[in-house]
Design a protein around this ligand. Structure first.
Ligand SMILES: C[S@@+](CC[C@H](N)C(=O)[O-])C[C@H]1O[C@@H](n2cnc3c(N)ncnc32)[C@H](O)[C@@H]1O
Length: 304
């Protein structure tokens, strides 16, 4: 189990896009799901694979007429902050469940959905499992990341910035050394602290000149501000350690994201595994934003 997704969901985010999507998915992605939800009835039982903190199930609750049962599973430990979602009788969530080994009876679900999650799994195995838990005739829809999507570009820039922050002798190392030097017993050597302060300032300016947005989104500039507004040395160390843990988590998640996005060959493999697992594909499209940029792939169909 990947602790980094658990660490991420424990922060209470609704989607995997952190602060950049405050409410739920909107626009073309929402429309794509609402069209699929339009055909479900109150008798349906839906499994959401890699549900995260339940964004897709929350979206379904906003559909004007849809009131069927939803089960969200994820291999991470979840923390769904929307109380109204957890308290709904028709909605259930299971943390620590692998898509490759679903703890449900064969044919238990009439519908399977997944959004930006199937591509993170062992696709061959999870598609087999999805097919097993679906009834014959049961429907499915998967929305997956596309290598050329507009979602991936800022992700890659953020990943580059996070990796650069983590470099040996880089900004984070320098900040740590400065905080350590300032916290030393007795009067810290002015020469050492000044040298480190200058180095930190130069490295930060370098970042601001190259990709300010990505740098800001790593949270590092906020860390510098909060660390130096804090007088207590021990508290400063705690902030630094917490940031380090989050930075490693961020790098792990963003790397997985880059690797998970489907290229042409991955897409062909996915279609092949569906075919093998008796999942008939009826719709296999690219989702475009209104301005023509790619948002992802959508695959849908039914079990033979
Ligand atoms: C990008 S997030 C998407 C979450 C959610 N579907 C959404 O749209 O906000 C990917 C999710 O897939 C989950 N995941 C990755 N591999 C998995 C696996 N093998 N089994 C179950 N869940 C998995 C992760 O824990 C994470 O919550």
């Amino acid at each position: 189990m990947d602790i980094y997704w658990s660490q991420y969901w424990q922060q209470g985010y609704l989607t995997s896009f952190g602060d950049s999507i405050k409410a739920n998915y909107q626009g073309v992605i929402k429309d794509c799901w609402f069209r699929f939800f339009d055909n479900l009835t109150a008798q349906d039982k839906v499994i959401d694979i890699g549900t995260g903190n339940g964004a897709l199930i929350a979206l379904a609750q906003a559909h004007p007429s849809l009131r069927c049962k939803f089960v969200g599973i994820d291999y991470a430990s979840l923390k769904i902050s929307d109380k109204s979602l957890i308290e709904r009788e028709n909605v259930e969530f299971f943390s620590n469940v692998n898509a490759e080994n679903l703890a449900f009876e064969s044919g238990e679900f009439t519908t399977a959905i997944a959004q930006f999650s199937l591509e993170y799994t062992d696709i061959e195995q999870s598609i087999k499992e999805i097919s097993r838990v679906l009834v014959a005739g049961g429907r499915f829809q998967f929305v997956c990341h596309h290598v050329d999507s507009l979602i991936l570009k800022p992700n890659d820039r953020l990943l580059d910035a996070a990796l650069k922050i983590k470099e040996k002798e880089g900004v984070f190392d320098t900040l740590k050394k400065l905080v350590q030097a300032l916290g030393q017993k007795g009067t810290p050597k002015k020469e050492t602290t000044e040298k480190l302060r200058n180095k930190l300032n130069n490295l930060v300016s370098g970042f601001l000149d190259t990709d300010d947005d990505a740098f800001q989104n790593t949270g590092f500039p906020t860390l510098i501000r909060t660390v130096f507004s804090q007088k207590n040395i021990a508290h400063r160390q705690v902030m630094i350690s917490e940031f380090e843990e989050k930075l490693y988590g961020q790098i792990s998640r963003l790397t997985q994201f880059s690797e998970a996005a489907l290229n042409k060959e991955d897409k062909e493999n996915l279609l092949h595994f569906c075919q093998q697992a008796k999942l008939n594909i009826e719709n296999n499209d690219i989702i475009y934003q209104e301005d023509g940029q790619i948002l992802g792939y959508v695959f849908s169909g039914y079990k033979r």
